[in-house]
Ligand binder design. Structure first.
Ligand SMILES: [Zn+2]
Ligand SMILES: [Zn+2]
Length: 452
């Protein structure tokens, strides 16, 4: 008997945490955190601290009360007794928080499998943002690459790379006692690495799967144009070409495809791309894992922004050890301010203070991240602050973005090609919409075990 218990990732975008059981074998597919995790109980400074274990999360039912899974220290103050884990493995598809964030709760003996790139990204983020990104202690970590075949009891798990908005993303083909099961993770087909997703689909077709767990982030997006990464790059290029001043761009650091779009735009327009020390550190640490990624230590088109700190003299001791490595590529506000047209600068919301020093003239700002921030009530206050800064410095605001997820049409194409006997929607708020694509849909239920 094969079954799936969804502890997250149903009726929501993200939070994937699926227990797959097959004749005594137990594996988790992802171990993520929901995007709305804890928002009903935690607010601003009312947050659980690292000294707390799982007791806070158990109290509010935010983490499943599952036996033989969590570590002794996490269970210490709970009414749960620690028992040796009975989980054979946890497989992580990629480094986004909604797929990986809860692995610090696991007992350290639980085998955790992830791609080499995912591990590299998580390590870098942990170094840069220890308060937000923790990997936890694991004595049994394994790293895979595309095409590997991993044996876990009688199961064989085949990770195959897919294109997503972060490098090192995978889907899995899992050979169970009932036949192959395809798990898409998060994927798209409209970026520069779409051949990876096509390879995943081809391998899935060849496996003749009986079941497919398919993400459906954009199931409801029938009407909207499916912007490609190439179109985003074209738009960014156009803005930069026409700009009479400095151009600021904001996008997620881990979105390396987007970074490359901005980098190529800088090259074409003979501008210098300016990134901060954190960004430099991430790129530097991914360099040997990603082909064609520029070397921040040597690339003449990239400079690293150092903001004023402590002594105000840019002394080495003013900066963290990891930052000092990039001082040879330093640029500060004085130079940028003098020659504004020469630069294309990464600028996140939290760094806007630098505008006071740069004093932008005729500047443009390209918001190149999830539109979520620009819509709805959730981020209204933050958005207003951004607007105020733009207005104050007379910066022209633009949007240029494409999704990390497959469009509804591409989802349909993938499902029809793979042609599983049963289709299981995950990572979506529109599971019902899958009905149009397949006649045999199996719906998962939060915390319920479903036989497949
Ligand atoms: Zn996701
Ligand atoms: Zn993702």
């Amino acid at each position: 008997m094969v079954s799936i218990t969804a502890y997250g990732g149903v009726d929501e975008i993200g939070g994937n945490k699926f227990l797959l059981e097959d004749k005594g074998a137990k594996i988790y597919l992802d171990f993520g955190q929901s995007f709305n995790f804890g928002e009903e109980y935690f607010y601003e400074y009312l947050q659980p601290r690292s000294a707390h274990g799982l007791e806070v999360y158990f109290e509010f039912g935010l983490v499943p009360k599952v036996k033989r899974l969590y570590s002794k220290s996490m269970l210490e103050k709970t009414d749960f007794k620690y028992e040796e884990p009975d989980i054979d493995a946890v497989f992580i598809s990629h480094s986004h928080s909604d797929h990986v964030n809860h692995i610090p709760f696991l007992d350290e003996s639980v085998p955790v499998y992830m791609g080499h790139g995912t591990h590299r990204i998580l390590e870098a983020y942990h170094k840069l943002y220890p308060q937000f990104c923790d990997i936890g202690e694991h004595s049994n970590m394994h790293f895979f690459k595309s095409g590997d075949r991993i044996n876990v009891r009688h199961l064989i798990i085949e990770p195959v790379h897919v294109e997503h908005s972060v490098p090192g993303a995978y889907g899995f083909i899992i050979h169970t006692s009932k036949g192959p099961l395809v798990y898409t993770g998060d994927f798209r087909m409209h970026g520069p690495k779409s051949s990876m997703t096509r390879e995943f689909i081809e391998k899935s077709v060849d496996a003749r799967p009986y079941a497919m767990m398919c993400e459906g982030t954009r199931m409801a997006s029938e009407q909207e144009h499916n912007y490609t990464e190439a179109e985003v790059e074209g738009k960014v290029d156009e803005i930069v070409k026409n700009s009479k001043g400095i151009v600021f761009g904001y996008f997620s650091m881990s979105n390396i495809d987007r970074f490359m779009s901005f980098y190529r735009t800088a090259l074409r327009n003979k501008r210098i791309l300016v990134i901060d020390t954190k960004f430099a550190y991430l790129l530097d640490n991914l360099k040997d894992k990603i082909k064609d990624l520029p070397d921040v230590l040597n690339d003449p088109s990239i400079l690293v922004y150092f903001r004023l700190s402590k002594t105000g003299t840019y002394a080495e001791s003013d900066y963290y050890l990891y930052e000092r490595k990039y001082m040879g590529r330093m640029i500060a506000y004085e130079e940028i301010s003098k020659n504004q047209k020469k630069f294309l600068m990464h600028m996140s919301f939290n760094k806007l203070m630098e505008l006071v020093y740069i004093q932008p003239k005729n500047a443009d700002y390209i918001y190149s991240s999830s539109e979520h921030f620009l819509e709805g009530e959730d981020n209204e206050k933050e958005r207003k602050v951004l607007e105020n800064w733009m207005e104050h410095f007379k910066v022209k605001f633009h949007k240029a973005h494409c999704s990390g997820h497959a469009s509804r049409k591409d989802l349909e194409g993938a499902i029809k090609a793979i042609n599983p006997k049963i289709l299981i929607p995950i990572h979506t708020q529109n599971a019902g919409d899958f009905q149009g694509f397949h006649k045999n849909i199996v719906m998962l239920k939060k915390d319920g075990k479903v036989e497949i």
